[in-house]
Design a protein around this ligand. Structure first.
Ligand SMILES: Cc1ncc(COP(=O)(O)O)c(C=O)c1O
Length: 325
């Protein structure tokens, strides 16, 4: 028998998809790690699982306990599933700017959801800081703290990185990913660089984020206006991202991301969210820069259904000056 042990045993080991049209067009192997196929539907299932297992191991989370997190959605969704599977209560603090689809799904999964105004990290009422205070006020509770909890990065160092290495038989020339907490890029880049330091590890950044400048100048500094993308971009260097060997950064405009979201849908048959669009747009830019014959991997972070009222709504796109391409 070939069985996976419950939800927890089904996280990870996702397929690596060769994007056929884009590979043909670029002359490179453009590969997308199908993280939308995780059982909770996103790359964040890996971080959520490692954070809970690490807290259990340390004795910080005991049977019947509570997991509290400030999240733009996907980490909360992963945590809600894992809490159900392991018998914990899940409390989520989410900025009210996130899509209704994600907020509704969190409630459907049984999480206690608190929507709060979106304010900068420096404000004491930032959603992450509210989550930290809530957890501190409860017994037998943890604040998952995905941004600075290194169990997040460790998930990708121990699983996503090795999977990419094995799935490409070590023939990977570059890895590119947008970052939210930085866990994915940091864990994968650290692992791949240990295997072969010449592998280019590149950060893709949306406009309105400070990480493009962080990588290219050493100081985080916001460039450009707000982006429609969700779950990625940051004005600060998280503990997960700090010290990661990153070779370069690419800034991707929203229209480019949207164009690739629709190309993935229409040409590859893949229904994905905006961070996947940024990632694939960046992989194609990198292919152009590196020239034909290279193998470039990126992350297909989550599915498109979480964004149907925005990214897949022509009126909403038009209100942002964007088109499906
Ligand atoms: C849709 C989506 N894409 C990408 C990311 C970025 O992943 P990481 O937090 O590992 O940098 C996130 C993080 O929340 C996300 O929700």
């Amino acid at each position: 028998m070939q069985l996976s042990d419950g939800f927890v045993g089904t996280v990870g080991n996702t397929p690596l998809i060769r994007l056929q049209r884009l590979s043909r067009e670029s002359g490179c192997e453009i590969l997308g790690k199908a993280e939308f196929m995780n059982p909770g539907g996103s790359v964040k299932d890996r971080a959520a699982l490692y954070i809970v297992l690490d807290a259990e191991r340390r004795g910080e989370l005991r049977p019947g306990g509570t997991v509290v997190e400030g999240t733009a959605g996907n980490t909360g969704i992963g945590l809600a599933h894992i809490c159900n599977a392991r018998g914990y209560r899940c409390v989520i603090v989410i900025p009210e700017t996130q899509t209704q689809e994600k907020i509704d799904l969190l409630r459907t999964l049984g999480a206690e959801v608190h929507t709060v105004p979106a304010v900068p990290y420096s404000n004491p009422d930032n959603y992450q800081k509210i989550a930290g205070r809530m957890a501190a006020d409860l017994d037998n509770a943890i604040w998952a703290n995905q941004f600075d909890n290194l169990a997040n990065r460790q998930a990708h160092y121990e699983t996503t990185g090795p999977e990419l290495w094995i799935q490409t038989d070590g023939r990977i020339d570059a890895f590119v990913a947008a970052t939210g907490t930085g866990g994915t890029l940091a864990g994968v880049a650290r692992y791949l660089k240990e295997r072969r330091p010449e592998i280019d590890c590149i950060l893709a950044d949306p406009t309105g984020s400070g990480l493009y400048r962080y990588v290219t100048t050493g100081t985080p500094e916001v460039v450009g206006g707000n982006s429609i993308t969700e779950g990625i971009g940051s004005s600060r260097v998280t503990a997960n991202l700090a010290g990661t060997p990153i070779d370069d950064a690419l800034m991707i405009e929203d229209q480019q991301a949207v164009t690739f979201v629709y190309r993935l849908l229409r040409e590859e048959g893949l229904f994905l969210g905006s961070s996947s669009g940024i990632n694939v747009a960046a992989a194609m830019q990198l292919a152009q820069r590196m020239g034909p014959g290279h193998t470039i991997a990126t992350i297909l972070c989550d599915g498109g259904a979480r964004y149907s009222s925005r990214l897949f709504n022509p009126q909403w796109l038009a209100s942002k000056g964007l088109t499906a391409g």
